[in-house]
Design a protein around this ligand. Sequence first.
Ligand code: DON
Length: 596
Amino acid sequence: MINRTLLATLTLIALPLAAHAQEAADAVAPEATTETAFAGTSPAVQAALDAKQSGQAIIAQDWMVAAANPLAVEAGARVLEAGGSAADAMVAVQAVLGLVEPQSSGIGGGAFLVWYDAESETVTTLDGRETAPLAATPRLFQDEAGEPLQFFDAVVGGRSVGTPGTPALMEEAHRRWGTANWGSLFDDAIALAEDGFSVSPRLASLIARDAERLSRFETTAAYFLPGGEPLAEGAMLQNPEYAQTLRAMAREGARAIYEGPIAEAIVDTVRNAPGNPGVLSLDDLDLYAVKERDAVCVPYRGHDVCGMGPPSSGALTVGQILGMLDNFDLGALGPDDPESWRLIGDASRLAFADRGRYMADSDFVPVPVTGLVDPDYLAERAAQLETDAALTDVAPGEPTFDHALLWADDEALELPSTSHISIVDAAGNALSMTTTIENAFGSRLMARGFLLNNELTDFSFRTHRDGVPIANRVEPGKRPRSSMAPTIVMRDGAPVLVIGSPGGSRIIGYVAKSIIAHIDWGMNVQEAVAMPHLVNRFGTYDLEDGTDATGLAEPLAVMGFETNLRDLNSGLHAIAIGDGLEGGADPRREGIALGQ
Ligand code: DON
């Protein structure tokens, strides 16, 4: 067990927070009632919650873990404290997250992982994305007339469930980089599932908000709505079926999920989902494989920003935004100048135009990866920003490529759930993993104690536009395009920042902006993740309601932007690596950073 007193003592507090970041923390208080939810917890967790609440970063020397729930972070901290690697800690964190934050991620979902290996000094990316069943057709999300289904008609039920990738990714990361005994990494999650845990405010509020959909399936309703009532904040919840599933995984490895009784239960649940059955089969589960992909690294102000390439659009789009902005001095402008946000907003719109047209699973469609982040191409795109007003016409560019780029623009809707885990271990390895079941509570189907994803709705529901195919259309065995952007920023070949977030396609904006806040505006990681959000993807500038960002609405409108005030639910978790480690957790969510 971790030495909690030592951890509490060593979990020191960093620099004071900038005023605007504090206001952001205050403004999102309804989502951030963690002081009450986790009261009575260990001194280290309490110190971390207090630090986050008062806007201060966590400082440590040897290792650090930041994730979306204190119980999950504690499980990871125990592994790291005992000398485990970042990959070991991730397995423990993910196993607990699947229990205490089941609406966001779990073994019924998928994830992308970016790994910096201290020994070989290399960055590796692993793709544990869900995969379309072999029986899926491009018209999976269309009605008889070929019209796209309504989003939630597609999401809820078996149709949207892809082959989960997270169990295989956990195992593959451990196989490559783990040092701890695999089975022991599930101990905390099993104990919590058997003994019970306190339902967090965020989980309780999301259950209440989604009660009607959750009530449609017997098993899901029995778990989240016992006696027909949504679980209340603070209720003690046990999940013996999940404990049994984890015991099987601890004993047999990920195969326990991909074949045998658990696989059969998944397939049975998907194929017999009342009203909206899916086509997932035992063969799909049996064939699932994690794929190692080339990391996408883009230069930015003397750093290399490295992340997950296709099927994620994360690193390419973050890289395009930063690559265009590298041509402008944001540091001199600062975060309060509307001009900074004109540049960031329109660079983002230009990048999203390319994303919509070109980015998809590169095993199925040729994606011009190199061309999209070529500095010359990005400088050419950035020339459009040399004006003083919002762009009136934003269209995809023509990156250099040796294939015809005959794709129509995509449409795909992405809505809340998802979680991000950042870890640095005592050996200097760094892990950045964004993990998801897509929508909150995924497909709403539950098998053997865990929720099944709805990741297939990240595909375009339409296959063509004006007769031109859409790159991100459904195809059997294909992985839906993602926006997840687990990132490791490198400088002189060493990692300096580990970061990522949930937030659907706004993930890209949250991550890009936090990197700018840290690198250009000198904010520490807590300030950077707490800073008010301004995100522009498709023209409308989303400004985080209740924060200082709203003060930019008028100047941005004068420049010609349409603005919209709204909640922006990121869940950024970041670790900066310098002389020591500095951790930040998003005040909009329930997570913390712990270190020693
Ligand atoms: O892979 C993706 O991009 C989405 N399925 C992620 C969903 C998400 O982040 C929802 N967030 N709040």
